[in-house]
Structure formats: structure tokens, C-alpha cells
Design a protein around this ligand. Structure first.
Ligand SMILES: Nc1ncnc2c1ncn2[C@@H]1O[C@H](COP(=O)(O)OP(=O)(O)OP(=O)(O)O)[C@@H](O)[C@H]1O
Length: 275
């Protein structure tokens, strides 16, 4: 793991606007955060607070009526997005990987896993050889703790269980060894056991490989388990950003207190990892 701690992702004063039939609205207002190597930041907040908009901006996947109005996004020290610059496609897939809620958004149902991994590698790693593709594909499945990699490589997505499909989706996101992974509600559709497995895998990517992870979730319990820091979003702004323990045990703003109060199990005590 690299000892360099300069930020992998730096979002600085980002404002995002959308045009609607009746005029323009702010989706994000003056959002700033930076993600260090090996760090996991959880983006939490109620529905509509702007979590996905921020994730999509980092990925350069804003919809056509949405644009960067102010501020900047830099990946590994290189500015990739400002109101007048959009270089996000250059880093997406290569330096920034993405995992969505629904594995089927990441996976092509008509292509076997082996070829999907090969296609991603061929697209993003210039000059990669067949042997290197085979070696990297096997390595990433091993990292995803997939016990029978040959069967999985030879399968179409529908032949795999939901949990396995999501692990393959993560494998596709990280096979190019990106510096940053953006995961948007990527565990929501999974049962609790599979969710825990995926969280362990994601934590391993950060701890072992130094990947920076931006983890979008509704689930404060999950965020408390996985994240080092938490950014609380409300109406397009980050209203609180701090170490997970500080934010959860000693929230600085009323909105975070209300979010915590809405989690039934929270009242039974802060989860063990932060007790
Ligand atoms: N293309 C768009 N045009 C207009 N408004 C949009 C567009 N995309 C998102 N919005 C609005 O921006 C706000 C933030 O949405 P966003 O999806 O980022 O929130 P979220 O916190 O991710 O919510 P959820 O948890 O429900 O996914 C919402 O009010 C949403 O309706």
C-alpha cells in the first residue's frame, strides 16, 4: 500500500444545477470533501438530499439537464471537472470504478463474466496481454473471495446468485485497479448476510490496496460499520463531515440527531465497533 496520503479525490466548492421546465434549481451547493488513500467516506442523508448527484458528478454521469455550476473535482491530483471542463470520462473505469445498487446495471446479461472482465481490461489498460488479462481476472475473483472462479468466469450473470453477481460487479469495478471506487447503495438489494460479506470485501479494498471508497447509503448502521468518516447531506449540502465516531456519538447538527433518532436500533446503543 502506498504511503502517499495526498487526496485521491478532492471535491472543492462543488455546486450542481439542473434545468427544469419551470426554471433552474440547485441540486448541490458548495460541497467539499477529500478522500485519502485507504479511506472510506460514507455519504448519508435522506432521500433527495443529493447523495447520488454527488456520486454521479464524480463519475461524470450527470444527466443532460444537469451541470457543474461552480467548483471542481480532482482525481489523483488532476482536475477533471469544472464548469468549463469535463474530463471525467478519461478517469472513469480506469482511476475511478463504480458499483451500483443493482448489479444488472454493471453487468451485461448477454456476455459471460470472463469476457466482461477482459473487455474492461482491454478498454482501460493499453497494451495489456492475454496472459495478463487471465492473471488479473483470476486475481480479482480471488480478492472477491469467489471460491469457484472458473465456474463464475464461464457463467452468464443470470446463472449466478444475487450476492455473487454483486461481487462480480465489484470485481468489474476494481479489476483495473482504480484509485477511487464510488459505490451507490450497492448493498441495498442484498440480504443481511450477503451485505456483511460485501462490506468486508469493500473494507479489504481500502485497507489492503489503499483504494479510496465513497460509499453512498441510506443505512447509518452500515455506514457506521464500514466508514472512517461520514458526510451528512441535507438539501444539496454537506451539513456535517467528521470521523464516524464523532458524528455518530456526538452529532454536531440537529439534522444528524434527527437522522440517528429515526434508526430504531440506534436507541439500543451505538454499534459495538464505536461503543
Ligand atoms: N436530472 C435531474 N433533473 C432535475 N432534478 C433532479 C435530477 N436528478 C436529481 N434531481 C433532484 O435532485 C435532488 C437530489 O437527488 P439525488 O438522487 O441526488 O438524492 P439522493 O440523496 O441520492 O436520494 P435517494 O437516497 O433517494 O437516492 C432530488 O430532489 C432529485 O429530485
Amino acid at each position: 500500500m502506498s504511503t502517499d496520503t495526498s487526496p485521491l479525490l478532492e471535491v472543492d466548492g462543488l455546486s450542481i444545477r439542473a434545468s427544469l421546465r419551470l426554471g433552474e434549481i440547485d441540486l448541490l451547493k458548495n460541497v467539499s470533501l477529500s478522500l485519502a488513500p485507504g479511506e472510506v467516506i460514507g455519504l448519508v442523508g435522506e432521500s433527495g438530499s443529493g447523495k447520488t448527484t454527488l456520486a454521479r458528478a464524480v463519475l461524470g454521469l450527470l444527466e443532460s439537464n444537469v451541470w457543474v455550476a461552480d467548483g471542481s473535482i480532482a482525481v489523483c491530483g488532476e482536475t477533471v471537472s469544472t464548469p468549463t471542463l469535463n474530463q471525467t470520462a478519461k478517469v472513469r473505469g480506469q482511476q475511478v470504478g463504480m458499483v451500483f445498487q443493482d448489479a444488472s446495471r454493471s453487468l451485461n446479461p448477454l456476455i459471460r463474466v470472463r469476457r466482461q472482465l477482459a473487455e474492461v481490461l482491454t478498454r482501460h489498460v493499453p497494451g495489456i496481454t492475454k496472459e495478463q488479462i487471465t492473471e488479473r481476472s483470476a486475481r480479482v475473483l480471488e480478492r472477491m473471495r469467489i471460491a469457484d472462479p472458473d465456474r463464475v468466469l464461464d457463467s452468464y450473470p443470470h446463472q449466478l446468485s444475487g450476492g455473487l453477481r454483486q461481487r462480480v460487479a465489484i470485481a468489474l469495478a476494481v479489476v483495473t485497479e482504480p484509485a477511487v471506487v464510488v459505490a451507490d447503495e450497492c448493498t441495498t438489494a442484498l440480504d443481511v448476510t450477503t451485505q456483511a460479506e460485501v462490506v468486508t470485501l469493500l473494507r479489504g479494498l481500502a485497507a489492503d490496496l489503499g483504494v479510496g471508497l465513497l460509499f453512498v447509503t441510506h443505512d447509518l448502521m452500515l455506514a457506521s460499520d464500514l466508514c472512517d468518516r461520514i458526510a451528512v447531506m441535507y438539501r444539496g449540502e454537506i451539513v456535517e463531515l467528521g470521523d464516524v465516531e464523532q458524528v455518530l456519538k456526538n452529532p454536531g447538527v440537529d439534522y444528524t440527531r434527527r437522522l440517528l433518532a429515526a434508526v430504531p436500533r440506534w436507541n439500543e446503543g451505538v454499534p459495538a465497533r464505536h461503543a
